[in-house]
Design a protein around this ligand. Structure first.
Ligand code: KIV
Ligand code: ZN
Length: 386
C-alpha cells in the first residue's frame, strides 16, 4: 500500500456551507490559488447545480488552476452530473464527485427510496459520470451510520461501474476513532475490487472528533483525507486539514506517511480563508491559533528559552509563522508593509494597498508599534468593508 496520502480540500464547497459564509468568484479564485501554493491534491470548487454563482466559480477555478485536480459535486442524477461536467470541462484534470446517502435513516426520511433503488441510482450515476472523465469519486453520504454489508455491496458495484475513489463520510460527526478505524478496515476487507480504488474519508466535527477520526482512518488504510482550512463547514465544521497534515507530519514515527503539503503556506492560507469568509480563528485553535505557540507560565517560558522543544512539538517557522520580529511603525515603507500583509494572507489590489498604507501611517502616528492584530483589523474592518 502506498504511503502517500492525498489531500482533498473542500473549503470552497463544504467550507462555504458554513452558516453565514458566501464567497464571490474573485474570493474563491484567491483561495484556490493559495490552495495550489499550499500543495493540496484536489480542490473541490463547488456544487455547480446549486446556483449560477456556484457554477461560474467552479468554471473559473477549472479554467485557471493547473497541476492539480479540480472536483465538482453532483447528486447521483444525470442533470447534476451534466451540470458539474459543464463547469469542469476546461480543467486540466477534472473529477466528478457524485454522492447519495446509504443509511436507512436517510433512505427512509430523506430519499424515500429503498436500498435497491439507491444502489441502482449510484451505479447509473457513476456510469454516466464516467462518460465525461476517468476520475470519478463516489461518496456514500452518512456512510458511518449505514449497514456495513449493504455499504460494501454499493461500493463493490460502483467500483465495477468505474469509480476510482470511494469516500466513506462520517456526515454527522457521529463516529469515534477506534470505531471508524475498524469500520474502514472492515470495508476494505469485505469489498471486492476495493484495491483498485482510493479509499477516502470525510469527517465532520459535531463531537470534536473530525481530525482524530481522519487520522484513525488513515492509520487503518485510507489514502485520501477530505477537509477544509480552519475546519470550517456545515454545523461544527469539517476536519481541519492543517491539523490532519501536521498530525501526520509530527507523528511520522507512528504513521510513516507523506502528503504533498507545503507546510510553510499553512499560516498564510489560514489567514486568507479567515479574512475572506469572515470566520475568525479561535485563539487556542491547534496549529494556526494566535496562542498555538504562545507560552504564558513562567515554567513554560523558562523551558522554551532554554530549549524550544521542551514545550513546542512543531516549529512555527515550518507553518510560515514568521519569527522575524520586524516591527512595523511610522518609519516603515510600503514594501515592508505589503510583505507583512502578504505573510498574513492578505493580497490587496493596488488601490486597496494605497488606502491601507495611508490608514497604516495615520495609525502609526498614534501608536508606536503596529502589531499583526492591528494590521488584520485595519484590513478587515476598514479596507474590506469599503
Ligand atoms: O458530509 C458529507 O457526507 C458530504 C458528502 C457530500 C461528501 O459532504
Ligand atoms: Zn461534508
Amino acid at each position: 500500500m502506498s504511503n502517500r496520502v492525498y489531500i482533498f480540500d473542500t473549503t470552497l464547497r463544504d467550507g462555504e456551507q458554513s452558516p453565514g459564509v458566501s464567497l464571490n468568484i474573485n474570493e474563491k479564485l484567491q483561495i484556490a490559488r493559495q490552495l495550489v501554493r499550499l500543495g493540496v491534491d484536489i480542490i473541490e470548487a463547488g456544487f455547480p447545480i446549486t446556483s449560477p454563482g456556484d457554477f461560474a466559480a467552479v468554471q473559473a477555478v477549472a479554467r485557471e488552476v493547473r497541476g492539480i485536480t479540480v472536483a465538482g459535486l453532483a447528486r447521483a442524477n444525470f442533470k447534476d452530473i451534466d451540470r458539474a461536467y459543464e463547469a469542469l470541462k476546461e480543467a486540466e484534470q477534472a473529477r466528478i464527485h457524485t454522492f447519495i446517502a446509504t443509511s436507512d435513516i436517510h433512505l427512509k426520511y430523506k430519499l424515500r427510496k429503498d436500498r435497491e433503488q439507491v444502489l441502482e441510482a449510484a451505479v447509473a450515476a457513476v456510469k454516466h459520470a464516467k462518460k465525461y472523465t476517468s476520475d470519478v469519486e463516489f461518496s456514500a453520504e452518512d456512510a458511518s451510520r449505514s449497514d456495513i454489508d449493504y455499504l460494501s455491496r454499493v461500493f463493490a458495484e460502483v467500483i465495477k461501474a468505474g469509480a476510482t475513489v470511494i469516500n466513506i463520510p462520517d456526515t454527522v460527526g457521529y463516529t469515534t476513532p477506534e470505531e471508524y478505524a475498524q469500520f474502514i478496515r472492515s470495508i476494505m476487507e469485505k469489498t471486492p475490487g476495493i484495491e483498485k480504488a482510493i479509499v477516502s474519508v470525510h469527517c465532520h466535527d459535531d463531537l470534536g472528533l473530525a481530525v482524530a477520526n481522519s487520522l484513525a482512518a488513515v492509520g487503518a488504510g485510507a489514502r485520501q483525507v477530505e477537509g477544509t482550512i480552519n475546519g470550517i463547514g456545515e454545523r461544527a465544521g469539517n476536519a481541519a486539514l492543517e491539523e490532519v497534515v501536521m498530525g501526520l507530519y509530527t507523528r511520522k514515527d507512528r504513521f510513516g506517511l507523506t502528503t504533498g503539503f507545503n507546510t510553510k503556506e499553512i499560516y498564510r492560507t489560514s489567514r486568507l480563508v479567515s479574512s475572506l469568509t469572515g470566520m475568525p480563528v479561535q485563539p487556542n485553535k491547534a496549529v494556526v491559533g494566535k496562542n498555538a505557540f504562545a507560552h504564558e507560565s513562567g515554567i513554560h517560558q523558562d523551558g522554551v528559552l532554554k530549549e524550544r522543544t521542551t514545550y513546542e512539538i512543531m516549529n512555527p517557522e515550518m507553518l510560515g509563522i514568521s519569527s522575524n520580529n520586524l516591527v512595523l511603525g511610522k518609519h516603515s515603507g510600503r514594501h515592508a508593509f505589503r510583505e507583512r500583509l502578504s505573510e498574513l494572507g492578505f493580497e490587496l489590489s493596488d488601490e486597496e494597498l494605497n488606502l491601507a498604507f495611508a490608514r497604516f501611517k495615520a495609525l502609526a502616528d498614534k501608536k508606536k508599534e503596529i502589531t499583526d492584530q492591528d494590521l488584520q483589523a485595519l484590513v478587515e474592518d476598514e479596507i474590506r468593508q469599503i
